[in-house]
Design a protein around this ligand. Sequence first.
Ligand code: GDP
Ligand code: ZN
Length: 305
Amino acid sequence: MSPRSGSDRLEGRVVAVYGELVELGTSERVERIPAFQSRSAGTAVVGDTVEAETVEGPAPDEVGWRIAEIAPRERCLWRSSRRRTAQLIASGIDRLAVVSAVEPPPREGLIDRYLVAAELQGIQPLLVLNKIDLPGREQAREQLGSFKSLGYPLCAVSAKEGEGLEELGDALSRGWSLLVGHSGVGKSTLLNRLLPEAGLQTSRLARTGKGRHTTTVATALRFRGGYLVDTPGIREFGLVGVEPRDVERGFREIRELAEGCRFSDCAHRSEPGCAVREAVVEGAIEERRYASYLRIRESLEAGER
Ligand code: GDP
Ligand code: ZN
């Protein structure tokens, strides 16, 4: 079906979802454009690239657009769920900013899980250590040092005092970045500091009418040349749909050494000729990371049973 004229179609990215309504961000307009979801296109999530068409007939609620098509998704993040039903939270994510803090201290196992999710989706991880104004900062930095030596960039900041925020802002200035982190690490404080005028970006939909009673699980806010995605209320991102044998691809040092294993399907547990276990013994792979690999893999295997 070809559009009647150029103005009939609109390409944008979904920046918020309120049930049947979404908001689109486009490169041409500053304001967010409300649009209806459509059954034929499927349910859109934040970050989706969509094509919208004008709504025929009298437009209810002044919403003049409806999603006609959702582009194939890549670089997705899912919410973990106890019932194991996957809930897609966002797509088209370029960067996962994994926020931890001096207090509560970094949980390395949780960071590993975020890194696996990012690596498997081809999303760039960025580690953020917040609250470096607190006394325990040296110890926390040391804790995160092993991730840094694996090549993950680290920004140390204080959302409270402002230290390091310029550097973090630069690191987040392009593409779509999603912030994750354990509750209490200062994610909201950080977002408020980076986007003091965020309230101005929330639209009419969020405050009135249709959007009033349905909150969005994720919101994308324009930040310099890109977007920051906030997911209030979601603390755990899951490794949904990850095959146990794929976990090693989420550990870059294991992925690299696994090529030297005798068996191509080596799980790096008790197989003979395992280059990974050898590297652990020699200290080339950190024991903590190896244990974390086994734990994540086993938890996925347990989920399969
Ligand atoms: P969230 O649960 O990750 O959104 O964390 P909040 O933003 O609500 O912050 C949790 C607590 O940490 C609050 O009491 C904040 O005031 C405090 N906090 C946030 N950033 C900093 C910081 O850089 N330094 C210190 N000392 N406290 C901070
Ligand atoms: Zn092996």
